[in-house]
Design a protein. Structure first.
Length: 235
């Protein structure tokens, strides 16, 4: 498998300390991508080598998170890592863009994943405008697959004010079905598109106002905002 890095995190799986594996490769080129070094290639390692890296921290972990890149590019490696996590009775989570609904369906059928974090990058009919690829229907299919399974679904949107506006967030809220929805603050620290390097992060107060505005459209969904200033806050 090709990986970027492994690390310990207190924020990747809510309320649990987790070991995180970042798998390399992604078919998307999102302008605000913060893991651009993983888009093409990573370091080739065997499953045994990755597990060896994890073993130093796994005794202190309650969860195993597979992120990227796009983990479903390396579906077999993702499944093998999740099998390892389940052998240790860890909670398991996978981060995905939803670009591969067929692979996601295969993953869900393994019953190895407890939690899916699905990036909703734009209203489904505006994906081409925001990230350059018209994949909204695939992401919607992925969302419906997870929502109608036994796996917890978090949808999350990175809010960059030069790519999305408040009306776009409202439109997303009208379209999605999930257990929780997180509005994430854009940060320009590491971005793929140089044009975004000078774009400021949205004001947390504006994000909180928008989150409150969309609550009527998601009455049964937990709504969060995630900012540098205040961490994650439930609205």
């Amino acid at each position: 498998m090709e990986i970027g890095t492994t690390l310990m995190s207190s924020i990747e799986y809510p309320k649990l300390m987790s070991s995180v594996v970042f798998l390399a490769k992604c078919p998307l080129r999102c302008p605000y991508c913060s893991n651009k070094e993983l888009l093409e290639n990573g370091e080739e390692q065997s499953l045994e080598e990755v597990i060896s890296k994890l073993k130093n921290d796994i005794d202190f972990s309650d969860a195993l998170v597979i992120s990227g890149g796009e983990p479903l590019v390396q579906l077999n490696s993702t499944i093998k890592l999740l099998e390892y996590g389940k052998e240790l009775e860890l909670k398991t989570k996978v981060d995905t863009s939803g670009v591969y609904p067929e692979k996601l369906k295969e993953l869900l059928e393994t019953d190895l994943v407890d939690y899916i974090a699905l990036d909703i990058k734009a209203p489904f009919n505006k994906y081409k405008k925001v990230i350059g690829l018209d994949i909204g229907n695939k992401v919607k299919e992925s969302m419906n697959l997870v929502y109608n399974s036994n796996t917890y679904l978090e949808c999350r949107t990175t809010y960059c004010e030069t790519l999305l506006n408040e009306e776009d967030i409202i439109e997303i809220a009208k379209e999605i079905q999930c257990d929780s929805y997180t509005l994430q603050q854009f940060r320009n620290r590491s971005v793929l598109d140089p044009k975004l390097k000078d774009v400021e992060s949205p004001n947390p107060k504006d994000m909180e106002r928008i989150a409150n505005h969309i609550k009527p459209y998601l009455p049964n969904t937990k709504i969060n905002i995630k900012t540098t200033e205040f961490g994650q806050k439930t609205i």
